[in-house]
Design a binder for this molecule. Sequence first.
Ligand code: NAD
Ligand code: TYD
Length: 349
Amino acid sequence: MTKILITGGAGFIGSHVVRRFVNSYPKYEIVNLDKLTYAGNLANLADIEHLPNYKFIKGDIVDAIFLENLFAEGQFDAVIHLAAESHVDRSITNPLDFVMTNVVGTVNLLNAARKHWQDDFVNKRFYHVSTDEVYGSLGEDGMFTETTPYDPRSPYSASKASSDHFVRAYHETYGLNTVISNCSNNYGSFHFPEKLIPLAINNIKSNKPIPVYGKGENVRDWLWVEDHARAIDVIFHKAAPGTTYNIGGHNEWKNIDLIQLLCKIMDEKLDRVPGTSAKLITYVTDRAGHDLRYAIDSTKLQRELGWSPSLQFEEGLEKTVTWYLHNEEWLEGITSRDYQAYYNTQYNR
Ligand code: NAD
Ligand code: TYD
């Protein structure tokens, strides 16, 4: 029996990781620890919450005493750590929230793991899920590899970079069996509509302006979220202690090209005259310090562990749109809460 603590499992990526592990490994015990911030939503896990190898615990990783008690009782064999504040725009408004959860919360988890696993580090595993944004911003050329120097430029990426450094330090200093993966932008079902793709789908559906920052020329490298969850599964089971893997889909899109493609798919799905949705595109004030381009080189993961992305972007985007159109209740559950207040402040509406 393997007992795994997954943090942030009620969020976007975490819910896909929890679902994958609960369904694929019925003999594992999966414990989902989540604070249920604005981004956490147990509706993301409604299909698996009744399964006997799944348990949810509400709690905050910033609370060291809570974590100490949880580890003392839990007897975990591994941690897969996804809990984080994850939105760059919110990090520009409230950087300290990101320091608390992403840095202090991660160090609290590392301390609990170090204390409770010290007699058997070899057979335990601390997997830290991170982002390609720690590497900074690329120009027209080049890609991030595992040896690209860290150069974070937003409060979000600075906090994730800091957490990566602490994880590495606990491996080097104490011998904790750690693994880190740095992934590019994810998309798919259960994505909170503050991020570009679900926000644009929601706005197009409601005939609201689609806010495109600056000139729309920033480039992101998009990966189907279920491919990320599968990569985490492979890395969790196969990676050597202390290693790092980049995860990405070799799938770069300028924001404006992506939005144009999305508009085309939405016109088809909503039976609108071609070109209708694109009329909603509205250029707005650019994000402060907006990273120009991210691109991940995932050769190491492909070569060493045999992972590769499964979906072409056009197919994945169409599946994503279909999911949002079939899950209006899920979307309304979010947009009817404090989402509107955030939206009004962020977009001056
Ligand atoms: P998300 O914002 O959708 O979910 C974060 C989850 O963490 C939520 O369920 C939230 O309730 C929980 N959480 C926040 N603070 C907490 C705390 N103090 N204690 C316990 N739980 C807390 O984020 P996501 O997009 O699913 O990202 C998950 C992880 O993957 C993050 O670490 C992020 O940095 C990383 N990542 C995200 C992307 C992306 O494209 N979204 C890409 C690469 C890496
Ligand atoms: P986002 O989904 O916030 O992810 P990240 O900032 O982590 O890459 O943004 C993706 C890209 O889309 C990024 O270049 C910023 C841009 N963007 C917009 O143009 N408009 C928006 O309303 C949002 C949320 C993002």
